[in-house]
Design a protein around this ligand. Structure first.
Ligand SMILES: Nc1nc2c(ncn2[C@@H]2O[C@H](COP(=O)(O)OP(=O)(O)O)[C@@H](O)[C@H]2O)c(=O)[nH]1
Ligand SMILES: [Mg+2]
Length: 349
């Protein structure tokens, strides 16, 4: 499951954004202790899944899921971040909330401070580990040399204020450093938390100003307003969204942006009698890998996939009709999965 962590300075609106996406109604006034986190799993809204469900009418509909974690505030003390709960090291991406409401704060300056803090936090982790490793290597455990060398590269980058997410790694290096969960190595979705009236600049303009480099994206959100909206009934939500000219919910927008940032696409399965199911997979994944997200045995035992674009399946009304129309294709191991594929896997386990 995709795990996204919400970070930012005190009172930047982290919990407000968390509530807006999770409709969790956590108490925004309560401060979190450094070792305390809130988290929630949300179901990814996808109208293609809903339509598939209407078509097959199986007992169950299983959306893809995303976990959101609301972290304590970053206070400028990198040692504190370095000792954040281990959940921080297990994230797929960071949602960096930047305050742009109230007393005219500067999101660019705030982002710079937060990024510096991430870099310092990684340095603290890295130095401790390197010290241990060098002792081990000196005592003859030379197999640790590769890891050590990869960390030397990371340290060089960090010392010149370059986040680890800007580095290109060889597969061996990547393997050596992945376990650390370096926070400056995580993709960043920067969220400009704008006042109710919105922001003068759009996401592209902010992206240019923030200049966060590779593996980053920007969204402008009116946190408080969108949070209030997410607490309403779906009907009321729609009325207010129309009034405000909002085309999507905070959750929908955040998930779309996160999927784009992480290069994720969605495919669907549903042995039609039991359930329909949406899955997230990396763009560029081949059919066996996609099968592997369902179950690792399915990857190993993959034989073939029968694929129909879900919109075609819905238009035609059934697999049988899709086959008749020649739209259902049998694909092999080299098939690259596309967003919106409905897939029947054949495997041998
Ligand atoms: N006007 C306005 N106030 C906000 C917005 N986001 C958060 N706030 C307020 O700022 C305060 C801190 O928000 P909170 O989400 O608790 O920040 P956190 O400390 O980063 O978790 C609360 O009183 C919120 O109601 C916003 O977009 N606009
Ligand atoms: Mg909070």
């Amino acid at each position: 499951m995709l795990k996204l962590g919400i970070i930012g300075q005190p009172r930047s609106g982290k919990t407000t954004i968390y509530n807006a996406v999770a409709a969790a109604n956590a108490d925004v006034n309560a401060y979190l202790a450094p070792d305390e986190i809130r988290h929630t799993v949300v179901k990814v809204p996808d109208e293609r899944l809903d339509r598939l469900f209407d078509l097959f009418q199986p007992p169950k509909r299983v959306p893809a899921e995303v976990e959101y974690v609301d972290f304590p505030a970053m206070t400028g003390d990198a040692n504190e971040v370095a000792s954040f709960p281990p959940a921080l090291r297990e994230l797929d991406a960071l949602i960096m909330v930047l305050r742009h409401f109230g007393d005219h704060p500067d999101p660019v300056d705030e982002a710079r401070k937060l990024c510096d803090e991430l870099i310092l936090a990684d340095l603290a982790v890295l130095e401790k580990r390197m010290e241990r490793l060098s002792k081990e290597i000196a005592s003859g455990r030379t197999e640790n040399q590769i890891e050590y060398d990869a960390l030397v590269r990371c340290r060089e980058a960090l010392e010149s204020e370059t986040p680890i997410r800007s580095l290109e790694f060889t597969p061996t290096e990547r393997k050596a450093v992945t376990g650390y969960g370096f926070v400056s190595g995580m993709p960043i979705l920067a969220v400009i938390n704008a006042p109710d009236e919105g922001s003068d600049l759009d996401a592209d303009a902010w992206a240019e100003k923030l200049a966060l480099g590779p593996k980053s994206a920007v969204r402008v959100v009116r946190g408080k307003l969108e949070g209030e909206l997410s607490a309403l009934s779906p009907e009321d939500q729609q009325v207010f969204m129309d009034d405000l000219g909002l085309t999507e919910s905070a959750l929908h927008g955040m998930i779309t942006a996160s999927y784009q940032l992480l290069g994720l696409i969605t495919f669907f399965t549903g042995a039609s009698e039991k359930e329909v199911h949406a899955w997230a997979v990396e763009d560029g994944s081949k059919a066996p890998q996609a099968a592997g997200t369902i179950h690792t045995d399915f990857e190993r035992g993959f034989i073939r996939a029968e694929v129909v674009p879900v919109n075609e399946l819905i238009r035609l009304g059934s697999m049988a009709d899709a086959r008749k129309a020649g739209i259902a294709q049998l694909e092999g191991k080299e098939y690259v999965v596309r967003d919106g594929d409905y897939i029947l896997f054949r495997f041998n386990v």
